[in-house]
Design a protein around this ligand. Structure first.
Ligand SMILES: Nc1ncnc2c1ncn2[C@@H]1O[C@H](COP(=O)(O)OP(=O)(O)OP(=O)(O)O)[C@@H](O)[C@H]1O
Ligand SMILES: [Mg+2]
Length: 279
C-alpha cells in the first residue's frame, strides 16, 4: 500500500468533478409538479440506472438533461463542473427516448444516421460509419430493411446504434429494453455492457426492472413518487464483467431486497394519491 513519507495513510484521491450534476431541480407542468428538489450526479464513464414509480418524473429528468426542457428557476445544473442551462446541453448528450422513434420510411442505415445527418455530416460518410457498426449491433445484412421488417429487439438495436453513432459525453437511455421479452432482454443487457465497456461511454439508464438496474449499474438511483426527488442512491459493487448467474448471488439478492423495499414504498404512495384523486 502506498504510504506518505511520515507513514500516514495516503489521502483519498480528489474525486473528479462529475460529468453532470443536478442540485435541487424542480419542474412544474401547469398544476402538476413533476420534480421537486431532485439532486443527482453522474461521473465520467459511470453506468447509472434510474428506477421509480410510473409518472414520478424519470423521463422529465431526461428531457432536462438532454436540453429539451428547462427546469423551474432555482435549481442548479452543472456539466463538467460548469454551471449551465438545460438548453446548453442540447447536442452534447445523446438521447434514446422512451419510444424508439424509428422513421418507417427510412431503412436501417438511414434511421441509424439520422442524428449525424441533422448535425450536418455528409450522408455518404455517415452511412459508411454506420455500415462499419452494423455487425457489432447484430444487424449485419439488414441495412436495407425497413422498421416494419424487423423484430422488436432489432428495432431497439437500430435505435441504440443511432444513439451510439451520435458520439457524445453522456448517453441517456429511457427504458430501451422495456418492450422486449425476458430472454431477448437478458441478451441485450449483456450485449450493452459489452459495448459500453469497449466504447467507454457514460450512461444514464431508466428502467422499471430492478434486476436490470442492478445487473447493469455502478449505482442505482431510486426516485420518490411524484413529485420526483432522489429517495435512495445504492452503489452496486458487483464484479464486472457481470455474468448471467450473478442474479442468483446472495449479494445481488440482498441489493434487490433493499431496492424493492424502497420502490414499493414509493409505488404505494403514488397509488394512494391516484385513488384519492379518483374520489
Ligand atoms: N410535456 C408535459 N406537459 C405536461 N405534463 C407533463 C409533460 N411531461 C410530463 N408531464 C407530467 O409529468 C409527470 C412525470 O412524467 P414523466 O413522463 O416524467 O414520468 P415517468 O417517471 O417517466 O413515467 P413512466 O415510468 O410511466 O415513463 C406526469 O404526471 C406527466 O403527466
Ligand atoms: Mg417515462
Amino acid at each position: 500500500m502506498l504510504r506518505h513519507q511520515d507513514d500516514a495513510p495516503a489521502p483519498a484521491p480528489e474525486p473528479a468533478a462529475p460529468l453532470i450534476e443536478l442540485r435541487g431541480i424542480d419542474k412544474t407542468f401547469g398544476t402538476v409538479k413533476a420534480l421537486s428538489g431532485l439532486s443527482a450526479r453522474v461521473g465520467r464513464g459511470e453506468f447509472v440506472t434510474v428506477v421509480g414509480p410510473s409518472g414520478c418524473g424519470k423521463s422529465t429528468l431526461f428531457n432536462i438533461v438532454a436540453g429539451l426542457e428547462e427546469p423551474d428557476p432555482g435549481g442548479a445544473l452543472r456539466f463538467e463542473g460548469r454551471s449551465c442551462h438545460a438548453a446548453d446541453l442540447l447536442g452534447r448528450v445523446s438521447f434514446m427516448p422512451q419510444r424508439d422513434l424509428l422513421l418507417p420510411w427510412r431503412n436501417v442505415i438511414d434511421n441509424a444516421i439520422l442524428a449525424l445527418e441533422i448535425e450536418g455530416r455528409p450522408r455518404k460518410e455517415a452511412r459508411a460509419e454506420a455500415m462499419r457498426m452494423l455487425p457489432e449491433f447484430g444487424l449485419a445484412g439488414f441495412e436495407a430493411q425497413y422498421p416494419h421488417q424487423l423484430s422488436g429487439g432489432m428495432r431497439q438495436r437500430v435505435a441504440l446504434m443511432r444513439t451510439f453513432l451520435f458520439e457524445r459525453d453522456l448517453m441517456l437511455l429511457d427504458e430501451p429494453f422495456g418492450a422486449l421479452d425476458a430472454l431477448t432482454r437478458a441478451l441485450m443487457q449483456r450485449w450493452l455492457l459489452d459495448v459500453w465497456q469497449r466504447h467507454r461511454r457514460t450512461i444514464l439508464f431508466i428502467t422499471h426492472d430492478v434486476d436490470e438496474a442492478i445487473f447493469l449499474g455502478d449505482r442505482v438511483l431510486v426516485m420518490t413518487a411524484r413529485p420526483g426527488a432522489l429517495k435512495l442512491e445504492q452503489r452496486i459493487d458487483l464484479p464486472r464483467p457481470r455474468r448471467p448467474d450473478l442474479v442468483t448471488a446472495p449479494e445481488f439478492i440482498r441489493l434487490k431486497r433493499t431496492l424493492l423495499e424502497a420502490i414499493e414504498e414509493e409505488s404505494l404512495k403514488s397509488f394512494q394519491v391516484a385513488q384519492e384523486n379518483a374520489r
